[in-house]
Design a protein around this ligand. Sequence first.
Ligand SMILES: Cc1ncc(COP(=O)(O)O)c(C=O)c1O
Length: 387
Amino acid sequence: MNQNTDFIPFARPSLGVEEEEAVIRIMRSGWLTTGAETLAFEREFADYVAAPRALAVNSATSGLHLALEALGIRQGDTVITSPYTFTSSAAVARHLGAELRFCDTARGSYNLDPEQLEKTLAATKNCRAIIVVHIGGLPCDMGAILPLARRYGCAVIEDAAHAFPSKLPSGYAGCLGDIGVYSFYATKTITTGEGGMVVCANEKLAARMALMRMHGIDREVWDRYTSKKASWAYKVAEAGYKYNMPDILSAIGRVQLRRAAGFLEQRRVIAERYDQAFAGLPGVELPPRSEGHAWHLYALRVREEKSGMGRDALIEALSEQGVGASVHFIPLHIMPYYAERYKLQPESFPNALAMYERSLSLPIWQGMHEAQVEAVCGAVTRLLKPR
Ligand SMILES: Cc1ncc(COP(=O)(O)O)c(C=O)c1O
């Protein structure tokens, strides 16, 4: 760990007095786990993204698992996703005994390629669902993906872990497919430390996810403990999971939600400043962009042939200059578990591989001071200046 106190971390949550007060309020209320605060968070989140129903969960991973389970995905089914993602997007299919089929990203993009998706769909038996991932907060081409999925009878789950609040003319990313899942993990655009939110317009699917989120019990926990009526009885209708979000975390989430638009504006300003600073550097390519970008990540691509410095060396050198950077993502098809199970080679998905080998994510978080943004610009520019 870099001990320098001036070190600019790759990510840092923005939590203030309001979040502290919200947590204290819940601590003093006598009700810590899922209750009225979580209900309020769900309603406010649903209103924000204009979804009919939102379900708070303890992580996006849990939410993705619930989504596939509600769709009835099981052994014998196949789920398509991109290799360019975090393991959660794929592992949840394996939790249910289903198999995975990866589909490459578009050339020069971090997101699933609709053209290759069509070929993959045509070549895949028993495909029941597609998990699209809006990497870094940049929405996938849902206008092309959704009709393809419909044509092949597949459900679409949006892994919107990075994509709150990515807004398109057709709605918020996460609300365009059948089920959308957001993450509130510590590095995300809004955070509850750990947590997530599932949105779904289909009442039956939402009811199944609500049931399975809470042990498969047919009655919510706060109702069991706070009801004035005889309240000890409940039925276990299914062998469910324990995926609920506690009120302490929902209290933080409600404050973060109110601050989300301001956070996005701050990340946009940082992204613009980076664009301006790096546009003239032949050694790097700027991140792909489109309307509605949430700027969860700002990923530069290194052109080693022009910069004389590879991605790994640049991350090392930036760290020495007090700038934290990260890589999103090491693609799943080169991870031992997926590579071995599906007999994949690094070249199996050349576009995802090429993006991975050259990408690094720079610090972009609300609360970054101008001087810190300038320090990042300065460090990258110094290191990659043509010599
Ligand atoms: C693309 C993507 N999907 C899903 C997840 C899982 O999120 P969580 O940590 O909330 O389970 C992550 C986590 O970083 C992610 O990056």
